[in-house]
Ligand binder design. Structure first.
Ligand code: NAD
Length: 479
């Protein structure tokens, strides 16, 4: 057991309704001050197999429960999240360095909402029967079996529950493998599922490194669905591991999304939207990290952006007045700095930032904006996943669309314009799973979510989630 910000967190796996340890452990380090906050069980092939076995054993009974019973249990889990909201928020902040303010006000309430939403959606899920020459077609949403869920560190519990809730609602059992940099809230969620009365083995957690415990998990032929959120290189490994078993995959991957600002935009709004891209110290998959600004307003936009960015308070994420906290881990911090140094060497100019925040030390990186980066440069095309934006200019609508669609990603796009007609024209041509017009990060769980190109495969949300987590079956009854 570890005590993290006065909260007791179990450091073991959660398999078949029991806490299980491993011969080895890994150190979980807080990005706030570099302190070791927990020594977590370091699982491998054995623990992955045990968790799949437990999930497999629990599946038949769970799959037979009524929709009402599953919905009731998911609501009970949501109640447990609400009850422990402050604990979850402070543990998550200590573990991944994201703002306590966001965890309290947005993220953890959203975690509870993930469970409530899919519980309620389940009760409405259906498909009207239809006739074929007097025969009745009946579509049913059968649970698929054991689901392996692999999640990243940037929004650990939020992203995990966005998968766990629909997977369980559909009648599947789950093995979750949280990111090794942020293992703690998954462990707290296991406690909450017990308090809610979820049967043993329906929800399991294995802890450890991706290559050691994640790889055997996704390669297990008993796993019937793999849902992964993370980076493109890891997705390639997972897709290769899934291939021999033809395990259906959902992939939510990285992005290099554009934020397009037309000269007819409300400039205050556009600047606010642009500065918002530093949220979570830039560790947001959907972030519009490429600012594409129409030439005639570029100077004024940049001036206002710089002034607005200067008002951001960087510091301890537990302080409710902080706007930007630390980045997740020394290794990731160095990676961000590497991108920035190479961008400078390649001729880009940091208008603001351009290096670590030496006043604060640790893992605090200054919000950075580059101009003058070449269209084919690394900084414009690769995901940094830190507080680093580039600004490019364009002359025409045509050019804006071309630049927006010019990377190998297609996760999201944001548009600032005062013209509804232009918004219609441009959004129709953007390659992206989500497009926001004059807004950012408005997300409804019933909307499809996912990425085009190398940003992912498949969609989740509402019916799309159930479509993925179910074996949808059509039965034809003779007259
Ligand atoms: P990552 O790919 O390094 O790791 C993600 C998870 O995969 C971790 O739990 C890790 O342990 C596991 N893993 C690693 N190797 C594995 C293997 N061989 N087999 C099975 N599992 C393995 O990603 P990250 O650095 O944790 O997260 C950042 C990335 O996630 C960014 O690219 C970001 O854009 C992306 N992301 C995407 C979304 C989205 O919804 N599209 C949301 C958040 C983050």
């Amino acid at each position: 057991m570890a005590t993290v910000a006065d909260v007791t967190v179990h450091e073991g796996h959660w398999i078949g309704g029991e806490r299980v340890s491993s011969p080895a452990a890994f150190e979980d380090v807080s990005p706030i001050d570099g302190q070791v906050i927990a020594r977590v069980a370091r699982g491998g092939a054995e623990e992955a197999a045990a968790a799949v076995s437990a999930a497999e054993r629990a599946f038949p009974a769970w799959a037979r429960t009524t929709r009402e019973e599953r919905a009731r249990l998911l609501h009970a889990i949501a109640d447990g999240v609400d009850k422990r909201l402050e604990q979850l928020a402070i543990v998550e902040t200590t573990d991944n360095g994201a703002l306590l303010r966001s965890h309290l006000r947005g993220v953890m309430p959203r975690v509870a909402h993930n469970f409530r939403f899919f519980a309620d959606w389940l009760l409405e899920l259906g498909h009207d029967d239809f006739d074929t020459r007097g025969h009745r077609n009946h579509v049913s949403w059968d649970p698929a079996g054991v689901c392996a869920l692999i999640t990243p560190w940037n929004a650990p519990l939020m992203l995990a529950t966005w998968k766990i809730a629909p997977a369980l609602a559909a009648g599947n059992t789950v093995v979750l493998k949280p990111a090794e940099w942020t293992p703690l809230t998954a462990s707290l969620l296991a406690d909450i599922t017990v308090e809610a009365g979820l049967p043993d083995g329906v929800f399991n957690v294995v802890q450890g490194y991706g290559e050691e415990v994640g790889a055997p998990l996704v390669a297990d032929p008993r796993v019937r669905r793999i849902s992964f959120t993370g980076s493109v290189p890891t997705a390639r490994h997972i897709a290769a591991a899934a291939a021999p078993n033809l395990t259906p995959l959902s992939l939510e991957l990285g992005g290099k999304s554009p934020l397009i600002v037309f000269a007819d935009a409300d400039l205050d709004l556009a600047v606010d939207l642009a500065v918002e891209q530093y949220d979570n110290a830039g560790q947001v998959c959907l972030a519009g990290t490429r600012l594409l600004v129409q030439e005639e307003i570029a100077a004024e936009f940049t001036e206002r952006f710089v002034a607005k960015a200067a008002t951001l308070r960087q510091g301890d994420p537990r302080d409710l007045s902080t706007d930007i906290g630390p980045n997740i881990h020394r290794e990731h911090f160095e990676r961000i700095d590497g991108f920035v140094r190479r961008a400078v060497e390649a001729g880009a100019t940091p208008v603001i930032g351009g290096g670590p925040n030496t006043d604060l030390g640790g893992l605090y990186y200054r919000p950075t904006l580059f101009t003058g980066a070449a269209a084919d440069s690394e900084i414009v095309n690769e995901e940094v996943f830190g507080p680093v934006l580039t600004l490019q200019t364009f002359r025409t609508e045509e050019e804006a669309v071309e630049l927006a669609n010019s990377t190998r990603f297609g996760l999201a796009a944001t548009l600032a314009t005062g013209s509804p007609e232009r918004a219609e024209r441009v959004t129709a041509r953007l390659v992206a799973g989500t497009v926001w017009v004059n807004c950012f990060f408005v997300r409804d769980l019933q909307a499809p979510f996912g990425g085009a190109r190398q940003s992912g495969m498949g969609r989740e949300g509402g019916d799309w989630s159930f479509d993925f987590y179910c074996d949808v079956k059509n039965t034809v009854f003779a007259p």
